[in-house]
Design a protein around this ligand. Sequence first.
Ligand code: IMP
Ligand code: MG
Length: 181
Amino acid sequence: MALRRRKELKVLIRHSAIQGAVRRVAREIERDFRGQRVHLIGVLKGACIFLSDLIREIDLDVSLDFMAVASYGRGKQSSGQVRLLKDLDTSIEGLNVILVEDILDTGLTLNYLCRVLQQRRPRTLRIAALLDKPSRRIIKGLKAHYLGFQIPNEFVVGYGLDYAERYRNLKDVCVLAQPPE
Ligand code: IMP
Ligand code: MG
């Protein structure tokens, strides 16, 4: 059966609403960094779809890099220990860095990445996240400067987010009916 009609998937955020949020976030970034350059860092792999839409909406000088991380431990709860799988290609010293993530959940991953990046002395460091599940937060003070949507505590897939590497190609963000253990 076609992927988007499978019964385990329930649409939570339609593609048209996502596009609206991407444009809104881009306007906020343009307003905050008018006349300046911004350097977007995408956290692979989940953020790649959000990042590729966002970067084309930002009418400023923009450059781009990627990082890849893995959480130690298995299952859907990250352990807090994060392993760097791919580091940046270039220095971020003196740059206006925006870390682009698919979802802010416990906050352990972004907390680790922010600590690593802050040591490299960017001019500014901000977070842009498509989704936020505030009820799951462990790192209490952590929030996104730029946010698409707050969502309830449900496991979601699509628009870059996966379950076991599947569903990233869905245009909508969908709740997965049988969430992973
Ligand atoms: P954190 O360290 O708990 O904030 O985890 C963030 C990462 O967990 C995200 O980058 C996602 O890869 C993954 N994640 C958290 N919640 C979901 C979800 O609902 N669906 C898919 N991936 C998720
Ligand atoms: Mg991810």
